[in-house]
Design a protein around this ligand. Structure first.
Ligand SMILES: *Cc1c(COP(=O)(O)O)cnc(C)c1O
Length: 359
């Protein structure tokens, strides 16, 4: 793929203090764009100054939601290097999302090359304070100006990047989780296993409800029986019960997280027994009550590993591990971030150094 680069002649002021960065408000000087037309395929890959897009009000994405996205990060390495973490996995998952939504695929190597090119051009935007990183958001959406319900014949693939602060301002802090027993996020046969904007649109109402009650995240139950644990808002969920590491199996309605997969690899390497299976909310509550529930944590690119201190289910509030960070949670966080930041050995070959081509 031959990427054309139009440099931004009016670069923005970079944030001065990386420590005070929040999430998702500021964007780098450039963005990647590539168009698709039926009969022509993907064409004109380019990096251009970051700016507004022009779109017909009839663009199909605005009416029927044909859109998918990815989320990944670039980390600062030694001597101005930039690292990505398992970007091939994002490329594969992107295509699985495209398949489900009738969006044309992007060759995996082109997806990775596009991400690398944008990070390369904007590598000076990667923050360096502990815990900070450059969040990368690739997304594809339907652009045909047409009100009929059908797959669009034109699309835009766009990648933007946003310097982001440490997820936890003062170190790893346990979060409070609301187990949602009224609304559901996804069902098997639907699109719960892909990253699509629509999955977030349906989840907002429960998130608002949880926030109003002082809970930061929602834990979803299965869409049919509302009995089996699925995942948290934008994280997969893990439990350590009686020394075994448990996580819900990928059943078609759960998002196959790259952090989830990495954590399973690390746990197996540490010699811990792991199980991917159905876990009912009753089993979880029983384990919390009889003391066999040792730790709960969420996993996702944004937070990496997020300890859970409290769970609320109906009228019950359970405290997990004295609302402290468990030793396994902490160890997984240290190991994963160590690999991502190039501070530790990378036995699985997950870290990718962004090549210097444009930067
Ligand atoms: C992105 C996402 C995750 C986490 O996936 P990672 O690849 O680990 O970042 C989990 N659940 C949902 C619903 C997501 O959208």
């Amino acid at each position: 793929m031959n990427i054309r680069v139009v440099k931004n002649n009016h670069p923005s002021q970079k944030p001065v203090a990386d420590q005070s960065l929040s999430f998702g408000h500021i964007f780098t000087d450039h963005m990647f764009l590539m168009n698709y037309e039926e009969g022509r395929g993907w064409f004109d890959p380019r990096i251009v100054p970051f700016g507004d897009l022009s779109l017909s009000p009839a663009a199909m994405v605005l009416h029927y939601g044909q859109e998918m996205f990815e989320g990944m990060k670039a980390y600062p390495g030694k001597n101005g290097e930039a690292y990505l973490f398992r970007p091939d996995m994002n490329a594969k998952r992107s295509n699985s999302s495209c398949d489900r939504l009738c969006i044309p695929r992007i060759p995996e190597e082109d997806f990775v090359q596009a991400v690398e090119a944008l990070v390369d051009v904007d590598r000076d935007w990667i923050p360096t304070a502990p815990g900070t990183s450059l969040y990368i958001r690739p997304f594809i959406f339907a652009t045909d100006p047409f009100l009929g319900v059908a797959p669009s014949r034109t699309y835009l693939f766009c990648i933007i990047a946003s310097p982001s602060g440490a997820y936890y301002q003062s170190g790893l802090a346990p979060v409070k989780i609301w187990i949602e027993d009224e609304y559901v996020r996804a069902v098997r046969g639907g699109m719960g296993y892909i990253k699509a904007g629509g999955n977030y649109a349906v989840s907002l109402i429960a998130q608002v409800k949880a926030h109003d009650d002082g809970y930061s995240q929602v834990l979803w139950l299965d869409g049919v029986e509302r009995r089996y644990i699925e995942e948290v808002g934008a994280m997969n969920i893990f439990f350590k019960i009686n020394g075994t590491v448990l996580t819900p199996m990928l059943n078609g309605s759960i998002l196959p997280g790259i952090t989830r997969d990495s954590v399973l690899h690390l746990c197996r390497q540490m010699g811990l027994p792991t199980e991917e299976r159905r876990i009912s909310v009753d089993e979880l509550i029983a384990a919390a009550k009889d003391g066999s529930l040792e730790e709960i944590f969420g996993t996702g690119t944004a937070a990496v590993v997020s300890p859970v201190g409290h769970l609320r289910y109906k009228d019950e509030v359970l405290t997990v591990g004295n609302a402290q960070i468990g030793p396994l949670t902490q160890k997984l966080y240290d190991t994963l971030t160590g690999i991502q930041w190039g501070l530790r050995d990378d036995p699985f070959g997950w870290r990718v150094t962004v090549p210097h081509r444009f930067g």
